[in-house]
Design a protein around this ligand. Structure first.
Ligand code: ZN
Ligand code: ZN
Length: 412
């Protein structure tokens, strides 16, 4: 730990300065597991240094959540305490900056009734809808990052001592986040975001009608893109004040939204996925007119089926993201069992809620986005589809076929 302490402080600063870009007088909400309180304090200190009005803590604890799902009265899974809804909905209306620090045990929910998890996400989806809607249009800045927990570190590095596993996971997270001893991560991130912006501009320039995905796993998928769609990636801007922020650190993706009813074919996942603390692996979807009509999975089929059944939109796609197969995270060769990292190691697709990836989308109401072909759901779950032999071809409105990804990497 000694060796990485300076890097950890730099990481906290990166999250506050680049992730949230905290402004003077802005409230900051930090969601963090109790086990990582030291790291939350580092972030809070940076937030006060940046002039924030107040840091509001939203403590989390995997073990308490697990106990609740196993032992609480069944009736509570359809409700959300009023104070909790009020906190999310009122602070988001004020434009607070939201930092979410994850440190999950990838298997903390093993054995929990998926039906309880489903009912719970329906209830919080409804109660926190004002917050979620504001998040989707960047009404406030938000940033998601991860720090190690022992359970997670041991899952990624199973055969070494606890301390070594924690050290290795910290180093892997800091490497992936471009936080090094002798460089300024804030500057590194500006350059990285510039590269992502270049790819976004090229994709927007082609204005593809649809993308064709193919690889040797068996993926053969056609993804139509909505009229006036746009690609995004790297930093984003808040809706009103146009303050740049970075919603995920690390991030390697550029992303867009598919036309809700315009996806056909078969797509195979290239990595396992953790949904609600349960591992789902070796799975595929068959889609017709955008809807998932068949699901196969060798591991976690029930959890996957329950995830796409949360609401009507959960069985449609909401995101297509392009990530070079040779990104730093992919180069690490690690499977993180954490979507924030694994999604940045490979091209991915999400089922559920679509981002506002159409021109003027962040100014649109939810109904207008639906009319523009963007999927609506309380679910948004990324799964990896990228492989070293993935080919993505973009087809323009006048029928030109442009290679976008060749052998897993950008063609431009
Ligand atoms: Zn993504
Ligand atoms: Zn996503």
């Amino acid at each position: 730990m000694e060796m990485t302490n300076n890097r950890i402080s730099k990481f906290a600063k990166l999250l506050i300065k680049v992730g949230l870009n905290v402004q003077k007088g802005q409230p900051v909400v930090i969601t963090c597991p109790v086990d990582c309180a030291d790291f939350a304090r580092l972030c809070a200190k940076e937030a006060y240094d940046a002039g924030c009005r107040e840091v509001i803590m939203n403590w989390a604890d995997d073990q308490m959540v697990r106990m609740k799902y196993l032992h609480a009265y069944d009736s509570i899974f359809d409700t959300v305490p009023q104070w909790r809804a009020d906190m999310y909905n009122s602070l988001s209306a004020e434009g607070a900056a939201w930092l979410v620090i994850h440190s999950e045990d990838p298997e903390s929910m093993n054995g929990v009734d998926p039906e309880r998890l489903r009912r719970s996400s329906v209830a919080s989806g409804k109660a926190l809808k004002p917050y979620r809607d504001r998040q989707m249009v960047n009404f406030f800045p938000w940033c998601i990052a991860s720090v190690p927990s022992l359970a997670w570190a041991k899952k990624v590095f199973p055969c070494i001592s606890d301390e070594e596993a924690m050290d290795k996971l910290w180093n892997a997270i800091l490497d992936a986040s471009r936080v090094f001893e002798d460089t300024d991560p804030v500057k590194e991130w500006e350059e990285h975001c510039e590269t992502l912006r270049r790819h976004v501009e090229i994709m927007n320039g082609y204005d593809f009608e649809y993308l064709e995905y193919k690889n040797s796993l068996g993926t053969d998928l056609t993804v139509k893109l909505p009229e006036n769609h746009i690609w995004a990636g790297g930093s984003e801007e808040t809706q009103v004040s146009k303050i740049p922020f970075c919603a995920n650190i690390p991030t390697e993706e550029i992303f867009g939204a598919p036309l809700k009813t315009g996806v056909d074919g078969v797509v195979y996942a290239s990595k396992p996925l953790v949904i609600n603390g349960t591992i789902v692996d070796k799975f595929s979807f068959r889609l017709e007119k955008g809807k998932i009509v068949d699901v196969q999975a060798e591991v976690g089929l029930e959890m996957l089926k329950s995830a796409i059944a949360v609401d009507e939109g959960a069985s449609y796609l909401g995101e297509v993201a392009l990530v070079p197969y040779h990104s730093p995270i992919s180069q690490s060769g690690l499977l993180f069992y954490n979507t924030l990292f694994d999604e940045n190691a490979a091209c991915h697709i999400a089922f559920g809620e679509g981002y506002a990836c159409v021109k003027g989308g962040t100014e649109m109401t939810r109904d207008e986005l639906t009319a523009a072909g963007i999927n609506d759901s309380i679910m948004h779950e990324d799964f990896m589809v990228g492989t070293p032999d993935l080919s993505v071809i973009g087809v323009t409105k006048d029928g030109r076929r442009i290679p976008v990804m060749v052998d897993g990497d950008f063609a431009f």
